[in-house]
Write a protein that binds this ligand. Structure first.
Ligand code: ZN
Length: 213
């Protein structure tokens, strides 16, 4: 059992193609938001939400576990040394509700931080996956159809820069999780969907499955 993070920090609009598909401008500094630890749900529990809140989009994201406290770090390369493990996660988003909140200029938490909105797969030692932080690849398939393809070379801000930037605002504590944002291809989930996330490792791919209840 993994220890409970003090917080889960998420990056919005980190891939230009995803910002574009939702009609958002390319940000000039990272867009950050958080999920509380109560948002966490396991792969085995599956995905569920209150349908009264509208649709729920999947966002498959490379996720990082912080193994060393990071505070006020200005050097992106040093910031990367704080990452001990990686995995894939789903930043589940009540898109109808988020659109409504955005329109009203209200915070996103109702749409992004609800119970069950953060699913993380199993942690993999960073050494098993990452040789070059700008060359990490992952995919999401739904019902065997390829929906999302992640490639960290396409991030607007590279991961070291993201971590250094965050650490100016929040102390990243041991066990905290960073979700690095989603590539294009997001869409609404349907009851019964089978999701398969694959992370390319150095020797083999790591594959995890979950489902919509
Ligand atoms: Zn996201």
């Amino acid at each position: 059992m993994q220890s409970r993070p003090s917080k889960i920090i998420c990056v919005g609009r980190s891939y230009a193609d995803h910002a574009k598909e939702l009609g958002n401008a390319i940000p000039d500094r990272p867009v950050l938001f958080m999920k509380p630890p109560s948002a966490l749900v396991s792969l085995q529990q599956g995905i569920s939400w209150n349908p009264a809140w509208g649709n729920c989009h999947y966002e498959c994201e490379l996720s990082l576990r912080i193994d060393r406290t990071l505070k006020g770090e200005t050097d992106p390369l040093k910031a990367l040394e704080a990452v001990g493990a990686v995995t894939l996660g789903l930043d589940l988003t009540l898109r109808d509700l988020q659109d409504d909140l955005k329109q009203k200029g209200q915070p996103w938490e109702r749409a992004k931080a609800f119970d069950g909105s953060c699913m993380l797969a199993d942690w993999v030692d960073v050494q098993e996956v990452v040789g070059d932080w700008k060359n990490v690849h992952y995919t999401l398939q739904i019902n065997e159809e390829l929906r999302q393809k992640g490639d960290t070379a396409l991030l607007i801000f590279d991961i070291g820069t993201l971590l250094a930037d965050m650490s100016q605002v929040f102390t990243l504590e041991v066990g905290d999780v960073v979700m690095t944002g989603t590539p294009a291809g997001v869409a609404a989930l349907q009851a019964g969907d089978q999701l398969k996330m694959s992370l390319q490792g150095k020797t083999h791919d790591y594959v995890w499955q979950t489902f919509v209840k």
